[in-house]
Design a protein around this ligand. Structure first.
Ligand SMILES: Cc1ncc(COP(=O)(O)OP(=O)(O)O)c(N)n1
Ligand SMILES: Cc1ncsc1CCOP(=O)(O)O
Length: 489
């Protein structure tokens, strides 16, 4: 029987997880949903009961041609005819490569067919774990394994669920290119109301290529980044992407007008259930918390899930993130509930997002620094980073801060640029931002512009003018205009 580790179900018979359900029924539903390995893990039952349940489970897993593995107990595995046994080594209390390598070598030499890598995220399912290694720890382990003579398959385990599985797979991949062969989950399926759908949804999201990988420019020097900007703008305006903005009601009209002037199709829907249909069109989603209501977070989460599942970009604009306890809670829920390609905010908002996703020990961050997240910190100088590159952007004009909606529109523009230019997220955001801020400078320089009232229509005209030029392949609008600086990390 082939060992396909992609979706590895580990059972749990504790009442908190099984909630009175029949373990065999739950496992069978999960198999229908597509789990590829089942591990019977029961730390409490006596040997007789273990063998009885293992035999029942084996009858079921055999029908689905899926291997059954028994946790810890070789005797139970033999008695039930299970295909394998999962043996633990002492938990590693380190991510130190040399110690990890020793453990891995030992396991591989002893004939292990696969290794479980964890604990990735803290989880109530297993509290006696010594180290929470995060995706960064998994990456170290995978790199160490890639240097062994014998290759070994791996699954990650610990706190993995629908909302983080994509980033676990993507962020764990080692420098060497070694990737996880799958993920192991307990509660995300065993405790689900509908284990079949839970398994199906996890499988589905795992099959979606990560929204897109960050292309590393051959050199991150600012001059080279700048060279690419007008081409990106041309590509975006030609693609005419959709941007779905769950935006605050104060600025919705202005932001929609900016999007249209910028050659983008705006959809201003707040209705989370609608996102399923909207997310299939290759556009981006923008979550702007400006006018949060008691219903907002639920709607946001539905939309984020739809866009994440379709591999389309999501921008978070955590407006006023630190201002109230409700907003702090909303940020926390959103960060735990999905994946964001770009987080855009002022210094206070970004600090809040960062702080709110750090655990009590201050060790584990929801916004893993890594190539998949871009952060745009806006201010008189904007700072843009993907964890590898940091760019300071000094374009724009003071009048942008004199009208409402000009900051929110940046999030929407970035959502569209991320959707239409997928090679390099940092470059996509930089291009959208520079197009926007250079248009603002052009507008402010007009004789007719006296202040915010005359600035706004001139600004829309200037965005439109750049878009017209860009769509015809004319790049003069950009020549000598970028005020950007690469900041060494
Ligand atoms: C697939 C998989 N990976 C890791 C574990 C954990 O094994 P272990 O460290 O032996 O801990 P216990 O399961 O015995 O608590 C696992 N069970 N499965
Ligand atoms: C068995 C095990 N080993 C490390 S974490 C863990 C439990 C994972 O449970 P969950 O998927 O519910 O977080």
């Amino acid at each position: 029987m082939a060992l396909d580790l992609s979706l590895y179900l580990v059972t749990d018979s504790t009442p908190a997880i099984l909630r009175g359900h029949d373990i065999c029924k739950v496992v069978e539903e999960a198999l229908k949903g597509g789990v590829t390995v089942v591990q019977y893990r029961d730390k409490k039952s006596d040997t007789g009961d273990l063998v009885k349940t293992a035999k029942k489970l084996h009858e079921i897993t055999r029908r689905y041609n899926v291997p059954l593995i028994i946790n810890d107990r070789v005797d139970v595995a033999i008695a039930s005819g299970a295909e394998g046994v999962h043996l633990g080594q002492d938990d590693m209390s380190t991510t130190k490569p040399s110690r990890i390598r020793r453990h891995a070598v030992k396991a591989v030499e002893e004939g292990a067919d696969y290794l479980g890598i964890g604990t990735i995220f803290a989880t109530p399912t297993k509290t006696n774990t010594k180290s929470i290694i995060g995706t960064a720890g998994a990456k170290i382990i995978l790199d160490s394994l890639s240097r062994l003579d014998r290759s070994v398959s791996t699954v990650a385990i610990g706190g993995i669920n629908l909302s983080n599985v994509q980033r676990v797979l993507y962020q764990s991949a080692g420098q060497s290119g070694k990737q996880l062969d799958g993920v192991a989950v307990v509660s995300a399926i065993m405790a689900a109301d509908d284990p079949k759908s839970a398994a199906e949804e996890i499988k589905k999201i795992m099959a979606v290529p990560p929204p897109f990988a960050t292309r590393q420019l051959s050199s991150p020097r600012e001059s080279e980044l700048a060279t690419d900007v007008p081409g990106v703008v041309q590509q975006v305006v030609t693609a005419h992407p959709i941007v779905h903005s769950m935006i605050n009601f104060v600025v919705a009209n202005f932001v929609a007008n900016v999007a249209i002037a910028a050659g983008v199709s705006p959809i201003m829907s707040q209705y989370g259930d609608e996102a399923k249909d909207l997310a299939v069109h290759g556009g981006g989603l923008v979550i702007n918390m400006g006018t949060l209501t008691s219903a907002s977070v639920t709607e946001y989460l539905k939309a984020i899930k739809a866009y994440n599942s379709n591999g389309n970009p999501v921008v978070l604009d955590p407006v006023g993130a630190g201002a109230t306890a409700i907003r702090r809670g909303a940020v926390k829920t959103l960060m735990a509930g999905g994946y964001f390609d770009l987080i855009k905010g002022n210094e206070r908002e970004i600090k809040e997002v960062y702080g709110n996703t750090t655990n009590e020990q201050g060790t584990q961050r929801g916004v893993d620094s890594g190539p998949r997240n871009v952060v745009l910190l806006t201010g008189s100088t904007d700072y843009l980073s993907d964890g590898n590159r940091v760019i300071a952007v000094k374009n724009g004009h003071e009048l942008l801060s004199r009208a409402t909606g000009t900051g929110c529109a940046v999030g929407t523009i970035c959502g569209a640029y991320l959707a239409a230019f997928r090679d390099d997220k940092l470059l996509a955001v930089l291009a959208g931002l520079l197009m926007y801020e250079i248009a603002a400078e052009n507008a402010a320089a007009k004789d007719t512009v006296q202040g915010p009232g005359t600035f706004l229509p001139a600004f829309l005209d200037e965005i439109y003018s750049i878009v017209q030029k860009a769509s015809q392949g004319e790049h003069t609008w950009f020549e000598g205009r970028a005020k950007i600086e690469h900041i060494a990390l």
